[in-house]
Design a protein around this ligand. Structure first.
Ligand code: CP
Ligand code: NVA
Length: 337
């Protein structure tokens, strides 16, 4: 078979769906309603999707596998040890070969450069299932969760991030700015997110009317917030820094006292897995104000929307006029500062 010359659409960063974010979230909500009514259409029938995971996963792997199955496709899971990749075959050669067999590749990697390398040689869509720079699929589920709780409008809402300036925060900053959601981040001074991603998020925020601010005081971030979000102090790949991080992040915990500073209606997000007793307490994670379990479920609906955006784009609505914030995704707004 001759090499395919199709240029695939990849999803490596929230930036890759900047102009589709509104309809992606709406579509995930629609797929969620359809699954509840068992009315999903097999848009991936006859399609095969490879999942390569260099790191452990419960939610991402399962939500992709179940989502692919729900849409009538087949998933093939690999840990690198099971592939020639683990014996030194290059990422580029792996991408070239898999592109001849499968219709998309979902890749969780230690290094963002590896994801770029795979996408650079793949003729089928590559989806970043988390690397050291971003976790974009997580943020589609998070925005769906926030949208559900706020009845579709992010206008005038403020989300507080408590913790590490990591991959999840990088994607969140971009996503929040694109939907016009204000984000205040409490991180230790030396664990701020990458300045280049802050700059892009601020530019999006300028266009869509969202503020992105930083503090090293969790109490300041939490005060009057509409929702709080945290993630582990020690991400996968950062284990060598565990002792240093546990010291630096002490106090960066969502507990009842911090939650009491937020609005009475505020709720709590956590992408999970949680390190209970570190970044979040049991009572908060298990309490009535925890949205973490809905957030985890929403990974399933988000993965399906992402797969359809890349492989069956006709399934997505053209626009989302019903969403108060959707027009902001298209219209250029005057700068607020
Ligand atoms: N939140 C998330 O990505 O979880 P997993 O590591 O279990 O996939
Ligand atoms: N920041 C975490 C997210 C886990 C889903 C990590 O990279 O390990």
């Amino acid at each position: 078979m001759a090499p395919r010359t199709v240029t695939a659409r990849h999803f490596l960063s929230i930036q890759d769906v900047a102009s589709d974010l509104g309809r992606l979230i709406d579509h995930a909500a629609r797929l969620k309603a359809q699954r509840r009514r068992a009315r999903l259409r097999p848009s991936l029938s006859g399609r095969n999707i490879a999942l390569i995971f260099e790191k452990p996963s419960t939610r991402t792997r399962t939500s992709f596998e179940v989502g692919i199955h729900d849409l009538g496709g087949d998933a093939i899971y690999y840990s690198p040890k099971e592939m020639q990749l683990g014996r030194g075959e290059t990422i580029g050669d792996t991408a070239r070969v898999l592109s001849r067999y499968v219709d998309a590749i979902v890749y969780r990697a230690f290094r963002h450069d590896s994801v770029l390398e795979l996408a650079g040689s793949s003729t089928v869509p590559v989806i970043n299932a988390l690397d050291d720079r971003e976790h974009p699929t997580q943020i589609i589920a998070d925005l769906l969760t926030l949208s559900e709780r706020w009845k579709g409008s992010f206008k005038g809402r403020r989300l507080a991030w408590i913790g590490d300036g990591n991959n999840v925060l990088h994607s969140l900053m971009l996503g929040a700015a694109l939907v016009g959601l204000d984000l205040v981040c409490a991180t230790p001074e030396s664990y701020r997110p990458l300045p280049e991603i802050v700059a892009v998020a601020r530019e999006y925020g300028r266009l869509h009317g969202a503020e992105l601010t930083f503090t090293d005081d969790p109490a300041i971030a939490a005060t009057d917030a509409d929702a709080l979000y945290t993630d582990v102090w020690v991400s996968m790949g950062d284990e060598a820094e565990t002792a240093k991080r546990e010291k630096a992040f002490r106090g960066f915990q969502i507990n009842a006292e911090l939650l009491a500073r937020a609005k009475p209606s505020a709720f709590v997000l956590h992408d999970l897995p949680a390190h209970r007793g570190q970044e979040i307490t049991d009572d908060v994670l298990d309490g009535s104000r925890s949205a973490a379990w809905d957030e985890a479920e929403n990974r399933l609906h988000a993965e399906k929307a992402i797969l359809e955006l890349l492989l069956a784009p006709d399934r997505l609505p053209r626009s989302s006029p019903a969403r108060a914030w959707a027009p902001k995704l298209r219209a250029r707004r005057p700068a607020r500062r």
